[in-house]
Ligand binder design. Structure first.
Ligand code: MG
Length: 381
């Protein structure tokens, strides 16, 4: 039995993780759950899974929840609650699926308490990849990927050292505006929020769906891969694969390429992160090859999607620049969703914020958080 703490239980990854726990009842126990604001769903999940401790952001909601639950489950709140959950003595692994930067401190707390972590929140490795990975090495814990691409690369590498790798190849669906026939580049400024929220192959949260349309999602994943697999940016490639069947690939130095495939379902990478190194039997994901017809691959169009090159630059230079890219993008996506800027202005805002930033090399966590805060103000301006 593996004891799992799930931070961000009511979001897209969180609810998929709860499904996985239901599939694998008897192998996985959810001993701690944390939610942002969705008290009703947290209550339902708590009644069903009987975790020891839960947490919700708002103290008033925590009080209400405690009253409804009685004494069996302890209810905490705020950042304090997240940190307590991340370091629960009985926890074997902490899965972090909180949107935004709030997952960073709990991730580090879990590592320092000797817990393996499963990372769904991209910010953790994008902002502080160097610190997180060096802390993980120091404490002898694993950092497992929940993202489908990084789970794929992890499975393809299968423990091989990076000097046996020629290139990591991240696949990208290309999003709803992949090609000129999907949407002409000259008309990118006419893209509506509703149109950008329609992703061709994955059902995900709002922020990541917009990021998939700009390809910033792939950019963030490139930076994550750089840290997670300890490989320089030049050896992290991207190929567009609209069917989203090949989740990523590793090209080895001898020219052999190993890929991981399945019909797209986030439950699969989540399950693998939680059961690793074992594979647990599950009927949830079925891939029918004859029905797939064709799998296609193409070069990403960097003219349409400058996010790829901005992310490459941020990952190559490192320091505080990836945190600035991430924060500026968050602000710009929010502004786009609120109809304050148009679609191309998302990338333009990120570029201008990056250009204006004074990079700190080998930053401390405080300097990273300061760069994040600066970038939010600068991007909003
Ligand atoms: Mg992904």
């Amino acid at each position: 039995m593996k004891n799992v703490v799930l931070l961000g239980s009511t979001g897209s990854i969180g609810t998929s993780t709860v499904k996985v726990a239901e599939d694998l009842a008897g192998q996985i126990r959810l001993i701690g759950l944390a939610a942002g604001g969705n008290a009703d769903l947290l209550l339902e999940q708590t009644r069903q899974h009987q975790p020891d401790v839960v947490s919700i952001n708002d103290p008033a909601k925590a009080k209400e929840l405690q009253a409804k639950l009685g004494g069996a489950t302890k209810v905490l709140c705020g950042n304090e609650g997240l940190l307590t959950l991340a370091t629960l003595p009985e926890a074997d692994i902490v899965l972090i699926a909180i949107v935004g930067t709030a997952g960073l401190q709990p991730a580090l707390a879990a590592i320092r308490a000797g817990k393996d972590i499963a990372v769904a929140s991209k910010e953790i490795l994008v902002m502080a990849g160097e610190i997180v990975m060096s802390e993980a090495r120091k404490h002898g814990v694993k950092v497992l990927a929940v993202d489908s691409e990084h789970s794929a690369i992890f499975q393809c590498l299968d423990g091989k050292p990076t000097d046996s790798v020629r290139k990591l190849i991240l696949t990208a669906s290309g999003g709803p505006f992949r090609s000129q026939t999907d949407w002409p580049k000259e008309k990118f400024s006419e893209i509506t929020v509703e149109r950008a929220l329609k992703h061709p192959s994955w059902v995900m949260g709002r922020k990541i769906t917009i990021d998939s349309a700009t390809l910033f999602n792939k950019g963030l994943e490139m930076i994550e891969a750089r840290w997670l697999f300890d490989i320089e940016m030049a050896r992290v490639g991207v190929v567009v694969h609209p069917q989203s069947i090949v989740h990523s690939m590793v090209e080895f130095v001898d020219g052999s390429i190993i890929a991981q495939l399945s019909t797209p379902d986030m439950c699969l990478p989540i399950q693998y992160a939680l059961t690793y190194p074992a594979r647990a039997a599950s009927d949830r994901v079925q891939t029918n090859f004859p029905k797939l017809s064709t799998l296609t691959f193409e070069e990403p169009d960097v003219e349409r999607f400058p996010a790829i090159e901005l992310a490459r630059r941020a990952g190559e230079i490192g320091g505080t620049l990836p945190a600035v890219l991430n924060a500026a993008n968050e602000v710009a996506v929010e502004a786009f969703v609120n109809r304050k800027i148009n679609f191309p202005q998302i990338t333009a805002t990120v570029r201008r914020t990056m250009d204006a930033h004074r990079i700190v090399a080998q930053p401390t966590l405080e300097q990273i958080l300061a760069a994040d805060a600066w970038a939010r103000v600068e991007a909003a301006r």
